[in-house]
Design a protein around this ligand. Structure first.
Ligand SMILES: *Cc1c(COP(=O)(O)O)cnc(C)c1O
Length: 356
């Protein structure tokens, strides 16, 4: 609070990202769903090749080569692709440019906690739709009049995934509003709705290079949809920042998209480690929701989540805990790690949860 702040700024409740340890702090970091494996060597080579005097020049404001590479991968036109400084920024432009209507936006009650923050920032009313009894997004409940729908698929922080038939149901139930499917984790086990964009003019799919392409530090995300939705995002972007992706980000992201082999290997390793993580937690008595992501969401019937979180932190292992809503207050979200990180997690848990 400051006397120089506007009332609006005073009232903001910003998003709080997970802890990022300072360099040198030795923590087993399983709290923000980064990829445990590094990016493609072609990314590093592309970055090094870009480090020259050309940095004095502005980057391509339209990121044409990167958008071309994404379009080629998903078999759409380049003008159906919008890129931004992380999918968080892409989502911000979507809320601002496409979801600001008289009717409220519908969100799953348990979902990515940035969505309500954007609603607040852009003055958008929202209605939270509870999950079903299996912690799945209740597609049939998204029927009331709305100014748009945003669903993460696989959902965060549950990891539970909808099939494409359920995504289509959501689209057909809501032909008059934009349905945003945030696929930050889709590469770890779901089917992308990008396959549907040319059939559904109300569909916008958002993805990121932060998770499945190991580039959280580079900040690149994108949206794919029909051209008029993409044009709306371009209008907002060009009214805010013409150069959201710098030269390094554009080149490196393009190399990451083009190295399909590295991507396939890396995601297979993440999926294998997720299965080992799930099994190990189940053996310790945790209930683990079925995850299609690079994290699992788990609760223990006899151990309080906040107590476990603190005990793990004490031993140098960081995971994430969301206190609200109350239906998920006993769950911990644990990112898939390397074999050695997961080994460290289990050594601590086996001491905290004896008798299993
Ligand atoms: C990580 C994440 C994002 C943000 O990704 P960035 O591209 O790193 O900004 C968006 N949506 C969900 C559901 C996420 O988990």
């Amino acid at each position: 609070m400051s006397r120089y702040w506007s009332d609006f700024v005073n009232r903001l409740k910003p998003y709080v990202p997970g802890e990022q340890p300072v360099a040198g702090q030795k923590l087993v970091k399983l709290n923000t769903n980064e990829n445990p494996f590094g990016p493609s060597p072609r990314v590093l080579a592309a970055l090094k090749a870009q480090l020259d005097d050309s940095l004095r020049l502005y980057p391509d404001p339209e990121s044409r080569q990167l958008r071309g590479a994404i379009a080629a991968l998903y078999e759409v036109e380049a003008n159906q692709v919008f890129v931004g400084n992380g999918s968080d920024e892409v989502l911000a432009h979507i809320f601002n440019g496409l979801l600001r209507h008289a009717e409220p936006v519908l969100l799953p009650e348990v979902s990515y906690s940035f969505y309500p923050v954007y609603c607040q920032l852009f003055g958008i009313e929202r209605v939270d739709i509870p999950l079903d009894a299996d912690f799945k997004v209740a597609v049939g409940a998204f029927r009331q009049p709305n100014g748009g729908i945003v669903v993460a698929n696989p959902n965060a922080p549950t990891g539970v995934c909808l099939g494409l038939a359920e995504v289509e149901q959501l689209l057909r139930q809501n032909v008059d509003s934009v349905v945003v499917i945030d696929e930050a984790y889709i590469d770890f086990g779901g089917e992308s709705a990008i396959a549907l964009v040319n059939r559904y003019p109300n569909l916008l799919v958002v993805q990121t290079l932060s998770k499945s392409r190991s580039l959280a530090g580079l900040r690149v995300g994108f949206a794919v949809g029909q051209r008029d939705l993409i044009d709306a995002l371009e209008r907002v972007k060009n009214s805010f920042n013409s150069y959201p992706l710098d030269r390094l980000a554009q080149t490196a992201a393009q190399a990451a998209i083009e190295d399909r082999e590295w991507f396939q290997q890396c995601r297979s390793r993440v999926i294998a480690n997720r299965e080992a993580l799930t099994l190990g937690l189940a053996q310790l008595g945790f209930e683990v929701l079925p995850s299609a992501a690079n994290f699992v969401f788990a609760r223990h019937p006899e151990h309080d989540a906040a107590v476990l979180l603190a005990a793990l932190r004490e031993q140098g292992v960081i995971v994430r805990h969301f206190r609200r809503p109350s239906s998920i207050a006993q769950f911990l979200r644990i990112s898939v790690g390397t074999e050695s990180q997961q080994g460290a997690l289990f050594r601590v848990l086996e001491n905290l949860i004896p008798g299993h």
